[in-house]
Design a protein around this ligand. Sequence first.
Ligand SMILES: NC(=O)c1ccc[n+]([C@@H]2O[C@H](COP(=O)([O-])OP(=O)(O)OC[C@H]3O[C@@H](n4cnc5c(N)ncnc54)[C@H](O)[C@@H]3O)[C@@H](O)[C@H]2O)c1
Length: 423
Amino acid sequence: MTEKIPLAIIGCGGMGHRHLYGLAELQNAGLSPFELVGACDPNLDNANSLADQAQERLGTRPQPVKDLEALAAVGAIQAVDITTLPAHHHTVAIEAMERGWHMMCEKPMGLTARACKLMIAKAQETGRVLSVAENYRRDPINRLAKALLDAGAIGKPRLMQHVTMGGGDGMLISVWRHQKNASGVLLDVGTHFADIMEYYLGEAETAYAQTRLHEKTRKNPVAGTDGTGGNSPAGIYGRWQKDMPAEFAATADDAAYATILFKSGAVAQYVEDHAAHGEHLWKRSIHGHLGSLDLPGDRSGQRLTLHRDGQDPIDDQALLDLVPEHRLNEATAALFGGDRLFEYNFPFPETDRKLIGVEYHELGTCIEHGRQPEVSAHEGARAVGLSYSLMESQVAGRALLVDEVCDDQVNAYQAEINEHLGL
Ligand SMILES: NC(=O)c1ccc[n+]([C@@H]2O[C@H](COP(=O)([O-])OP(=O)(O)OC[C@H]3O[C@@H](n4cnc5c(N)ncnc54)[C@H](O)[C@@H]3O)[C@@H](O)[C@H]2O)c1
């Protein structure tokens, strides 16, 4: 690609800065198709911070602006990267598409199934690229696991177990992640896991869940400190967390215990508990009719293990022998240092920016060649719908068809959020 695509980042908080680092990672590898020309946030301090850091990392300073009108005045924008709060994803995305801009949008794609439907309709109407920034599935270890599944290494998948437990009464990164009308944790984190489950097992059919709001008061240990410490992925949230309240009311459910049936016939046992005390748990495994895969935490770089009856567990190079055709794509291979990996070892912020770099690279390719991204509006909306299926199931008191939640036919839990959004 010769001409760079003029790009703006919209939403210059934690993830906006992390996306900038991802863009710089891609540029340093000589693979960036973009020129960052705008940094947009109603909080101009945040927009200026991102612009300053862009100057350092990219060598050019994007124009800091406070809204899309001002961004349009920067001129020549072709693509935007939406890293705003989830409640604004649909309004920003729809206005951006109307202005003719392609986009990558952070997960959750929209705050409700209804918001997602509006985004899908606008993408279809305008023909703009809408890529959802689902970074977990792009992890080289998840890519290897998918290749092994596709190659039949464990046979036909029967049962996936996904268990994450921890969190206690602590604030997860920010206040808004505990507020139902802003995107609670079961949506914010749950969309990642929903996407991973459908990536591995195909579309979900039904979901039955018990969901809870266990911890009605959340505590922020960083309040009033110098901003170091606390729960701060990629090490950049402390500057905002120190000014958040030390204690606040949580309104969003923080735990889900579910059984999910997939259209393939596979079943998932799913536990996502952000309010657990005591032992913290991580377990992700898939059992099939020939064996099982034990999967490490996303973005950890740790090895997965293949177990087959009567054989020693395999967690090394021998995994790659089972998938001779498996190759990571150009950007992933360049950034992670190889196109066939069974492990990697980078500090978390570096892994984080590499995966975001991979997302940017795909967006550029889709814009250049008019292709659909791997996680398009369809997949992005399904992850939102599957996440809400758990909360909707709790309200309905029965198993639900996931398609009905995705299609906004079952929406009692989301009614208050839709009303808040004016939808
Ligand atoms: N993929 C991942 O691993 C990952 C990790 C963290 C966050 N995220 C996602 O990124 C998004 C942002 O999260 P965050 O952690 O950066 O939140 P944040 O609170 O740190 O930052 C949000 C920013 O958006 C700005 N904003 C609010 N309304 C806006 C508008 N209308 N236009 C432009 N900017 C606006 C805020 O001023 C703030 O600067 C969320 O959707 C979140 O789920 C994804």
